[in-house]
Ligand binder design. Sequence first.
Ligand code: NAD
Ligand code: ZN
Ligand code: ZN
Length: 326
Amino acid sequence: MFQEWDIPTPGSGQILVKTEACGVCHTDLHAAHGDWPLKPTLPFIPGHEGIGLVAAVGSGVTIVKEGDRVGVPWLYSACGHCEYCLTAWETVCAKAEFGGYTKNGGFAEYILADPDYVAHIPGGLAPTYAAPLICAGITTYKGIKQTEVKAGDWIVISGAGGLGHLAIQYAKVMGLLVCAVDIEDSKLAHAKRLGADLVVNASQGDPAAAVKKGTDGGAHGVLITAPSLGAFRQGIGMTRKHGTCVLVGLPPGEFPVPLFDVVANCITIRGSFVGNREDMAEALAFAAEGKVKADIELQPLSAINKVFDLEHDDVAARVVLEFAAA
Ligand code: NAD
Ligand code: ZN
Ligand code: ZN
């Protein structure tokens, strides 16, 4: 639903960002459907891949200035003082606020932000290309690190959409052998173009057996981005002995864990939630150096309801809302 709202005024310690672009994440769909136990307060403005120029700064703000290009991410703010914040795990701070969820986000012409938690967009990176990196990019880059794989190891990227198509690129830059898993042949063809060494269609035959065969015993790391519970059970079965299966997809519900296999094969199952501010800087740097590039389809904000209705298989990996320049 479109509404005219007044342009907010940044208070002390806040900044106002004039939006240039904002990616549409599958999380925005989960938010619209009320899929998760944590419910946002209605009404709210979704969008946590908003990129724009600082239009005004409140009193006491020194870390950014007017005209800087910043991103307003999912990790909108945190307390800065708890045991998690002190150890760079601010993503699990009990006082964390989430952009486009507990705080208004980037599906709007202006966004209020916390300057201590915005992404700093490197020069030369266009706002439309930067947008997917501040959620899909950082989440998969961090998720790959959380698998603890090393160059030459196999990684499975399950789900080759908005998150997965960036995960494949980060994994290749990190020297990994990549097996992409999806249920759409078009996504798998795209995964191959992005450098995947092996692709498996999860809707045919026994995908875990196909991965084990193609990787000679299973992948050292598995990153599940698919928003489908079936992919989670399959992902455990794709994990090599003593390997790590990292969960980032967030479909509502639970999935059965084959306990004996996990215990007897010493498999680690680990959740991962976006990334910290250093992960953000690193994830953006890969793109600034031209090593990772989001595959985007531009749409105006007015198309958002149509975008939400679209089946993802015939669009580019990430829809990015582009805002007219002032
Ligand atoms: P997307 O819709 O762009 O892509 C999902 C992909 O998964 C599609 O290519 C789809 O074909 C594929 N898929 C569907 N079912 C599958 C299955 N059974 N096996 C393999 N592939 C399958 O979505 P997205 O924007 O990439 O988001 C994916 C998920 O990640 C969502 O649940 C989202 O909420 C979550 N997410 C989590 C974090 C985090 O920090 N943990 C951050 C961002 C998004
Ligand atoms: Zn997201
Ligand atoms: Zn904290």
